[in-house]
Ligand binder design. Structure first.
Ligand SMILES: O=C(O)c1ccccc1N[C@@H]1O[C@H](COP(=O)(O)O)[C@@H](O)[C@H]1O
Length: 207
């Protein structure tokens, strides 16, 4: 039976990492984008990643990182997957010796097939709503913008929560879903019950 993978993103506290892991998250995301209220320092991230048990993927989220910024994080934080959520080129993303996924900010006129073709080495393509700034806006987008039969591993995000994620999984059947705002009681503060409800919604939709 297929199991939709689940990433919980924007964690800043040890208790939230433990709650996400205990609820069955497959990946935990840490934001290295200082304007975000969910941003963590390298020291914080190193402590939080150390809490992850085997087989829970540590993900680092970057937005147009400056030269050397990713390397500085990787020197101290054992990230297994990089998520690029800005305007990075394929070579910007592929130069760090780690698997990576590329976010597409979706709105009418974005051709996802064309977008994906320009990132051939991406492990997956994440789709998020186009919001002012870069992401984490807690907004859904028109899922019909995702072409049927999209062949690359698709990570669906953007305004997901326990109320809509089941419908999203049944309609889109993504490789994975990714949530930040939708499991928070406040920006950067995750709610254990909301995380559990979100994951239960995915598992119910998986059947
Ligand atoms: O979480 C953030 O603060 C953030 C900042 C900049 C870029 C992306 C960010 N988060 C990612 O955005 C999507 C959607 O998040 P949400 O569930 O709608 O809040 C997701 O991939 C987050 O990891």
């Amino acid at each position: 039976m297929f199991r939709t993978r689940i990433k919980i993103c924007g964690l800043t506290r040890p208790q939230d990492v433990r709650a996400a892991v205990d609820s069955g998250a497959d990946a935990i995301g840490f934001v290295f984008y200082p304007p975000s209220p969910r941003a963590v320092s390298i020291e914080q991230a190193a402590e939080l990643v150390a809490l992850l048990p085997p087989f829970v993927v540590s993900v680092g989220l970057f937005v147009n990182p400056a030269p050397g910024e990713v390397e500085a994080v990787l020197a101290r934080v054992p990230l297994q997957l990089l998520q690029f959520h800005g305007d990075e080129s394929e070579s910007d993303c592929a130069r760090h010796g780690r698997a990576w996924i590329k976010a597409a900010r979706m709105r009418p006129g974005v051709d996802l097939l064309e977008f994906a073709a320009s990132y051939p080495r991406a492990s997956g393509i994440l789709v998020d709503a186009f919001v002012d700034g870069y992401g984490g806006g807690g907004r859904t987008f028109d899922w019909t913008l995702i072409p049927a039969g999209f062949k690359r591993p698709l990570v669906l995000s953007g305004g997901l929560d326990a109320d809509n994620v089941g419908d999203a999984v049944r309609r889109i059947r993504p490789w994975a879903v990714d949530v930040s705002s939708g499991v928070e009681s406040a920006k950067g503060i995750k709610d254990a019950d909301m995380i559990a409800a979100f994951i239960a919604g995915v598992r119910h939709a998986d059947g």
